[in-house]
Write a protein that binds this ligand. Structure first.
Ligand code: G
Ligand code: G
Ligand code: NA
Ligand code: MN
Length: 250
């Protein structure tokens, strides 16, 4: 309850900050893009992770404000990277509630149209299920202005093949629950391989999340997984550390 009351102040007074976690292209061995993850540096409670405040922000009616703040910040950071010759696409996470919020969509579209920054949105299919027609229409309007869409946490929630077929997404991210024990489980490799094949048949690129070990990376490479993300490559990094990481990436 208190976190809920504190959110507007936290957003306004700069207590939120972003970390970036790279996604690496397996064959090219190069950074393909990165995901922005929001954190709350609370003056009393210390660092709060999104698992503890995104749902609160949704309930408090603050998720649109938080996401627009994130979008603006990511655009600034993307322009800095582009200015340094590293024109990487930066992805932000979009809560499902916002796909039904026409005023959020209009404002976000206006912000995106006003910049050349390469941007992407990560969305879960569960997000789309609330009101599929309007969600798909809104996602299409983002795709039309150059925002790449990635389906997040695939396999973990309500992964409907009907929506997968209709969404204008270029990338499918396999949830880390299938990747963390990839090389010690009997079933996970079967699920991951068939998901990679399905995504490729639908002409989507596949990212595996939660890649923590060289053996998982090696198996994903054999399976034809396009991109990997996880602690093996990098933890989420503050912007300055992320810039250094990018600069060292040949
Ligand atoms: O690092 P990690 O604890 O940050 O992320 C936990 C979850 O929080 C992930 O599922 C991620 O998608 C989500 N998340 C991180 N940043 C944001 C954000 O800005 N908006 C939304 N809706 N979710 C976010
Ligand atoms: O749902 P969302 O996929 O966007 O979640 C990202 C979350 O996963 C963040 O909390 C991030 O810190 C975490 N994460 C990223 N890479 C790894 C990893 O290799 N292992 C584990 N256990 N968590 C990871
Ligand atoms: Na995500
Ligand atoms: Mn995810």
């Amino acid at each position: 309850l208190t976190l809920m009351r504190e959110l507007p102040r936290a957003i306004a007074e700069g207590e939120m900050f972003l970390q970036y976690q790279p996604k690496v292209h397996v064959r090219r061995q190069q950074i393909a893009s990165a995901e922005a993850l929001v954190r709350w540096q609370h003056p009393v409670r210390g660092l709060i992770l999104p698992g503890d405040f995104i749902a609160v922000a949704e309930e408090a009616g603050e998720i649109a404000a938080l996401t627009l703040w994130t979008l603006r910040k990511v655009i600034v950071d993307q322009r800095v990277l582009a200015g340094e010759g590293r024109d990487l696409r930066l992805f932000i996470n979009i809560s499902g509630l916002l796909l039904a919020d026409a005023s959020f969509v209009a404002e976000a579209c206006a912000i995106v149209r006003a910049t050349d920054a390469k941007l992407g949105f990560e969305i879960t299919e569960t997000a789309v299920i609330r009101d599929p027609d309007s969600a798909i229409r809104h996602l299409q309007s983002f795709a039309d202005i150059g925002v790449e869409l990635a389906i997040d946490d695939y396999g973990a929630g309500l992964s409907s093949l009907a929506y997968l077929k209709q969404l204008p997404a270029k990338e499918l991210k396999i949830d880390k629950m299938f990747v963390l024990q990839l090389t010690s489980s009997n079933r996970d490799p079967l699920i991951v391989r068939s998901t990679i094949d399905l995504a490729h048949a639908l002409e989507m690129e596949v990212t595996a999340e939660g890649v923590e070990t060289p053996s998982a990376l090696a198996l994903l490479s054999v399976m034809g997984c396009d991109m990997v993300q996880g602690f093996l490559i990098s933890r989420p990094l503050g912007f300055d550390a992320f810039r250094k990481f990018v600069a060292e990436d040949g």
